[in-house]
Design a protein around this ligand. Structure first.
Ligand SMILES: [Zn+2]
Length: 130
């Protein structure tokens, strides 16, 4: 069973980022090894939208470069849903196909974190706290 491990500090960083970017969605790239997230790279939502997010190509490249320098992998993509549950939208599902990593979503309503991967369908995987 796949899972993702996130530290309490990383959760706090992501939740604060999400709250700060309200009313818009926030996003970040998660670095680590295997299923363990060891670093969070906060990014800007270039769409500045409450229902969508886009990470610029520049920031994506920067993120991948930082990961490479630190000998880490991109283990996940994070974004927030300020006004809805932490469940992938249809747009998210579409982008999960092109970015097959773990997707972590934070809900601004109930402050929940949920993680998903795409197999034949989208499945929720547990988030373990380090
Ligand atoms: Zn979404």
């Amino acid at each position: 069973m796949q899972k993702i491990i996130l530290s309490q500090l990383d959760k706090k960083t992501l939740a604060e980022h999400a709250e700060k970017e309200k009313p818009n969605e926030s996003c970040a790239i998660l670095f680590g090894k295997d299923n363990l997230v060891s670093e969070v790279f906060l990014t800007k939502n270039t769409e500045e939208s409450p229902i969508n997010f886009t990470i610029s190509n520049e920031q994506l490249i920067e993120g991948y470069n930082v990961a490479e320098e630190k000998k880490l992998e991109v283990t996940g993509i994070f974004h927030s849903h300020p006004n809805s549950e932490a469940y992938p939208s249809n747009t998210d599902k579409k982008f999960m196909h092109s970015n097959p990593v773990v997707w972590i979503i934070y809900s601004g309503i109930n402050k929940n974190f949920k993680a998903y991967i795409l197999e034949s369908d989208i499945i929720e995987i547990p988030i373990e706290e380090k």
